[in-house]
Design a protein around this ligand. Structure first.
Ligand SMILES: *[C@@H]1O[C@H](CO)[C@@H](O)[C@H](O)[C@H]1NC(C)=O
Ligand SMILES: *[C@@H]1O[C@H](CO)[C@@H](O)[C@H](O)[C@H]1NC(C)=O
Ligand SMILES: *[C@@H]1O[C@H](CO)[C@@H](O)[C@H](O)[C@H]1NC(C)=O
Ligand SMILES: *[C@@H]1O[C@H](CO)[C@@H](O)[C@H](O)[C@H]1NC(C)=O
Ligand SMILES: *[C@@H]1O[C@H](CO)[C@@H](O)[C@H](O)[C@H]1NC(C)=O
Ligand SMILES: *[C@@H]1O[C@H](CO)[C@@H](O)[C@H](O)[C@H]1NC(C)=O
Ligand SMILES: *[C@@H]1O[C@H](CO)[C@@H](O)[C@H](O)[C@H]1NC(C)=O
Ligand SMILES: *[C@@H]1O[C@H](CO)[C@@H](O)[C@H](O)[C@H]1NC(C)=O
Length: 477
């Protein structure tokens, strides 16, 4: 989901360099991403297909190597492809963050009248409260069973089905379980790093959007099959740094000054050039051509079409004329444009670094604190696992200045690994994106493979300030 559109742009220029106490120079500037088809508007508009990106199944076509972009189920750390650290490095701490797995569309992304039912009656969304300490009366294991009634005049007239929009689908739950199993295969079986029990060394965190809890339960079972209850750490509504949902009007204003909602020609160029595509899609879906929500970006069409295709559903047809359907070529163009938009919003636009630092800096400050606490031995937790959203992972990649930005698909994962060297003299960080070492366009970070942890922390501190102090200042500016 894109940030909400708010107010006017504010200019705020971050300091270009920072220094740690030995005066190593830390480059805090934005650096443009690599050139590829994704940020080449001509190739996006006039190309065909999806350049090898997959949008129609959680399982890659046979012969396609793992690691290939798969919107339905992005690559993550697995023992088969895991790049082992060189001898002499000892793993000290791991923090994982990934997007939830595949789901129905959001209600806002469904067409005014849908020709397709979304069925979720083969799964339950368990939701209940139960006394904990001291243990008391028990709760029945109750779950949500979605229905509408003919008598409720406010029930959605557009579509039938038994899903909440959004909800992780049955297949998305299985993808989540496998994701947990694969991580456990690396950090427990292969590296003998994770303990045999969750205990006090492993924690899980979710956002206030229930779909992340749906994923977390499956992930944890894929890892530990615990018999005991497992806490999911969560911050209060309205200040959640993981989602993120803390208020940062200056970041929202900055991002709508150049991205979604902006009238800047270099943002609107792709929308203007896509008018015939929008017209055709509107005539099939029944979306009003004056709907700002559906035409200020490709977000809604992209979500609508990709959610169907990831679940092997046909592309939609006009509700009155079943011969008028969205073509695969049109869907592919929407998918290319979606990649272009994410690259523009989070990497190509020079303002993206500041916008992301404002809206996601608190999570980075928390991450830095987690790393410091761990290496200082102040906290027993050696593995933190965060289940989040595309808006979380995109901003994180924006701050890390990834070299090639994409629209982060379902399950997209970033892993932070902290190592010490043989004599425990220094600490290092390695960052994995999609299971492989992340390459940054920022020269201070570069290929983030055993980067001096002090340098990484100085980069984060330089941008967000200790305790996110610079974020507070910016958000209120
Ligand atoms: C500052 O960065 C340099 C460069 O790697 C490093 O050697 C040094 O330990 C760092 N100092 C502190 C206090 O963080
Ligand atoms: C860092 O540079 C400043 C200014 O050049 C200098 O005053 C200071 O002593 C230096 N600090 C270290 C630790 O070298
Ligand atoms: C997905 O699309 C690719 C490319 O168009 C096609 O080769 C493959 O058969 C499709 N897979 C499924 C499961 O529909
Ligand atoms: C997408 O739009 C079609 C056409 O109305 C609708 O049937 C479908 O439910 C929507 N799907 C999603 C995931 O929004
Ligand atoms: C269960 O609830 C009842 C009614 O409030 C209370 O009297 C009882 O102590 C509770 N039982 C336990 C085990 O807490
Ligand atoms: C929903 O189901 C009812 C009963 O089967 C049917 O009359 C109605 O047309 C359906 N609505 C849509 C949007 O498909
Ligand atoms: C289907 O036909 C109805 C009645 O003419 C019309 O109101 C509606 O806009 C049409 N829907 C689409 C998606 O064309
Ligand atoms: C878009 O145009 C603005 C204003 O000229 C400029 O600052 C910005 O760098 C451009 N963005 C991209 C991605 O080219």
């Amino acid at each position: 989901m894109y940030p909400p559109k708010v107010g006017l742009a504010l200019l705020w220029l971050p300091p270009a360099v920072a220094q740690n106490s030995t005066n190593a120079t830390i480059d805090l500037d934005w650096h443009a991403p690599e050139k590829s088809w994704i940020n080449d508007l001509s190739k996006v508009l006039h190309g065909t297909g999806t350049n090898g990106f997959v949008f129609n199944s959680s399982v890659l076509p046979s012969g396609t190597p793992y690691g290939t972009y798969n919107w339905c189920n992005m690559p993550h750390v697995r023992s088969e492809e895991y790049p082992r650290a060189a001898e002499g490095y000892r793993l000290e701490y791991v923090e994982v963050i990934h997007r939830h797995h595949k789901r129905t569309p959001y209600a806002s992304n469904t067409f005014p009248r849908e020709s397709y039912r979304w069925e979720c009656s083969d799964q339950g969304l368990f939701y209940y409260g139960q006394p904990l300490n001291p243990a008391g009366n028990s709760s029945a294991k109750t779950y949500w069973s979605v229905f509408t009634s003919d008598t409720n005049p406010f029930a959605p007239s557009g579509f039938n089905g038994t899903c909440q929009f959004p909800q992780i689908t049955r297949e998305g739950l299985d993808d989540s379980w496998q994701h947990g199993k694969d991580l456990y295969g690396v950090y427990h079986a292969l590296l003998k790093f994770l303990p045999d029990d969750i205990g006090d060394k492993v924690t899980y965190r979710v956002t206030n959007n229930v779909i992340t809890s749906q994923v977390a339960g499956m992930v944890i079972h894929g890892m530990y099959q615990p018999e005991d209850n497992v806490p999911l750490r969560i911050q209060p509504i309205g200040v959640d740094s993981l989602e993120p949902s803390y208020p940062c009007p200056a970041a929202s204003a900055l991002s709508s000054s150049y991205g979604v909602g902006s009238t800047a020609p270099n943002w609107t160029a792709h929308l203007t050039a896509s008018k015939p595509l929008f017209d055709s899609l509107d005539s099939i879906s029944g979306v009003p051509s004056n709907s700002n929500e559906w035409h200020r970006s490709f977000d809604h069409y992209y979500d609508n079409l990709s959610a169907r295709q990831c679940h092997a559903k046909e592309l939609p047809c006009n509700i009155n004329d079943s011969s008028k359907c969205v073509t695969q070529a049109q869907a592919d163009t929407v998918y290319r444009l979606g990649q272009y938009e994410y690259s523009f919003i989070y990497r190509d636009a020079p303002q993206s670094l500041q916008a992301s630092t404002g809206s996601y800096g608190v999570f980075l400050a928390e991450l830095a604190q987690n790393l410091r606490d761990r290496i200082a031995g102040k906290n027993p937790v050696i593995y933190r696992h965060n289940v989040a959203h595309d808006g979380s992972i995109s901003r994180l990649l924006s701050i890390l200045q990834i070299d090639v930005m994409v629209w982060v698909g379902m399950g997209s994962e970033v892993v932070f690994e902290i190592y010490s060297d043989a004599n425990n003299a220094k600490k290092y960080i390695r960052i994995l994106w999609g299971g492989q070492v992340l390459q940054s366009s920022n020269p201070t970070l570069g290929k983030i493979d055993m980067l001096d942890l002090d340098i990484f922390l100085a980069y984060i501190d330089g941008l967000v300030g200790k305790g996110a102090s610079k974020v507070v200042g910016f958000c209120k500016s």
